[in-house]
Design a protein around this ligand. Sequence first.
Ligand code: DAH
Length: 344
Amino acid sequence: MKERLYELKQEALRRIDEAKDVKALNDVRVAYLGKKGPITEVLRGMGALPPGERPKIGALANEVREVIQQALEAKQAKLEQEEVERKLAAEAIDVTLPGRPVRLGNPHPLTRVIEEIEDLFIGMGYTVAEGPEVETDYYNFEALNLPKGHPARDMQDSFYITEEILLRTHTSPMQARTMEKHRGRGPVKIICPGKVYRRDTDDATHSHQFTQIEGLVVDRNIRMSDLKGTLREFARKLFGEGRDIRFRPSFFPFTEPSVEVDVSCFRCEGHGCSVCKGTGWIEILGAGMVHPNVLEMAGFDPKTYTGFAFGMGPERIAMLKYGIDDIRHFYQNDLRFLRQFLRV
Ligand code: DAH
């Protein structure tokens, strides 16, 4: 019986040692110390022993039970401690880890160019005006000296909604709208950025929707030299101090005289390169002195007031400034394109 108890002790201790979790340990407890367990069995069989042996075996059995009991408790404590440690390790926060970077958004390159141009003119005392993209035939054409049937209307293929309503083909209607608000009294000094629409087939240099910035100054004694000085200042601020501009004669129905404005090439300093196509000059906008008919239709007396106007395409300016070769990049929102214009 002694051996049997000794064996049981070894066996139980081994299984306690092997128990991987509290549940396995509990199974060992039930198996060895339970009412139907082998130690109880041994004690029950003591009747068959000589009386002199009984206290010894009884004491031994109790000792074995005690050893197993203690081993169980020790293991239980160990398992619980391990569990706590595992949890702590799993939930640990390493406060020294660097944070996850948040990708910051940034203004669209076109928005940036428009804002830069706005700031530049605001600095010269202009205010920013905005107007409707769905426009009447009157403001888009007639008030700009383009009566119905005027051949110059063909220069701007239009999206008509009804016979009298269309998507504006330029920001010039804001000239007439702004002057009307001033009720014949100067000065008027505005720029007007906004979307415009034309029935063009999209390609690398054309888009059915693009943006323009219109400028208009009306006051007494406004001369062509004021226009030239203003645009030279604009070109220098936008393309660099060394720039010059030149006027080439042109035609727009709403200005007389009309000019096309070139800036000296900022890439080659005027020597001739691929950006200026060897000419040393790059066309950047259209401009002119406001036509007397336009002043008159908008309620200004052309004998008292004169004015100048200009219109430019921010896409073209951004393409020149940043070397962008396809206008469609502005509208496709490809992040690989946009991320090249992160503000630093
Ligand atoms: N509206 C013209 C266009 O879209 C651009 C323009 C030319 C605007 C001359 C003007 C101007 O104000 O004076 O082609």
